[in-house]
Write a protein that binds this ligand. Structure first.
Ligand code: G3H
Ligand code: ZN
Length: 291
């Protein structure tokens, strides 16, 4: 079922677990996340980036997610969120389209400009009952990137995060704490920094760059109060590996459905594993589910 993100995050806070915010790019990845949520009996956030919106169109993507949430995942709560919104205009369009949460990523701007733009988004969004995620400390890397190491992972300044949260009045906060977008062996969460941000802001913390982070670190981060974990690259990689493998095995196939079918399962598998790791699996009481 399609719900407001606050319903999902508040339950996660109460239960001491994290909920995955999964990036989708098409119908197949949306189906994969929805089926995983039902099988794992887990809430989920489905998020789309501006480039995913450009690829599919805002209306189609909004309708795909809401229809999939209502029909494929009727038993579990699913929320729709804009990930890394860069401009006020695109955020405003998502609010109008029915998103219940938007991320204004003005983290590349100087602190005062980031605060001003985020504050403006918060005023407009809150008027419409929509939650806003703000960000401090720009993330590096890219969704889908995979390599041994990434250099110079930035870290947020805790004093800036505290000032930002106080002045911009965001609902959830994302800050650079040692992860990067993509899969890299040297992603390393700075737990003292996370602890300081969490204890001083008391806001639901969003961990970006969730792919590639060791399971042990993810578990410790959740213990320290991370409430939302973004997963993009692991989904893209699983999808593409399944697609390439199937296309190579069926070079003469002329039915796109035959070629695309394994991608749904591949996304479902990776998302289910994350739901178990994040502790969100088994939180929704829906009786027996076919697996
Ligand atoms: O905004 C999306 C995420 O931060 C995804 O990061 O590609 O490392 O999973 P990831
Ligand atoms: Zn991100």
């Amino acid at each position: 079922m399609l719900v407001h993100i606050k319903d999902i995050v508040k339950e996660a806070q109460k239960g001491g677990y994290a909920v995955g915010a999964f990036n989708i790019h098409n119908l197949e990845s949306a189906l994969g996340v929805a089926r995983a949520a039902v099988k794992a009996k887990s809430p989920a956030i489905i998020q789309v980036s501006e480039s995913a919106i450009k690829y599919m169109g805002l209306k189609p993507i909004t309708h795909i997610v809401s229809t999939v949430a209502k029909n494929i995942a009727a038993e579990v709560p699913i929320a729709l969120h804009l990930d890394h919104g860069k401009s006020f205009d695109s955020i405003f369009e998502c609010i109008n389209a029915g998103f219940t949460s938007v991320h204004i990523d003005a983290s590349a701007l100087p602190l005062d400009e980031n605060i001003n733009l985020t504050k403006h988004v918060v005023e407009v969004a809150h008027n419409r009952g929509v939650w806003v995620q703000g960000e401090i400390g720009s993330m590096i890397g890219g969704h889908g990137e995979k390599s041994k190491r990434i250099k110079n992972i930035p870290l947020a300044d805790p004093a800036e995060v505290i000032e930002f949260v106080k002045k911009a009045k965001v609902d959830t906060i994302a800050a650079a704490v040692g992860t990067a977008h993509g899969v890299f062996e040297n992603e390393d969460i700075k737990f003292n920094l996370l602890k300081e941000i969490k204890s001083k802001t008391k806001k639901p913390f969003v961990l970006h760059g969730g792919s590639g982070v060791a399971d042990k670190m993810i578990k410790q981060a959740i213990k320290q109060g991370v409430n939302i974990i973004n997963i993009g690259s692991d989904i893209k990689i699983a999808f593409c590996e399944a697609l390439i493998d199937n296309c190579l095995k069926n070079r003469k196939e002329t039915d796109p459905r035959v070629l695309l079918k394994p991608t749904i399962k591949a996304v479902e598998k990776v998302v289910m594993a994350k739901m178990k790791l994040f502790g969100s699996a088994g939180r929704i009481d829906i009786g027996d589910v076919e697996t």
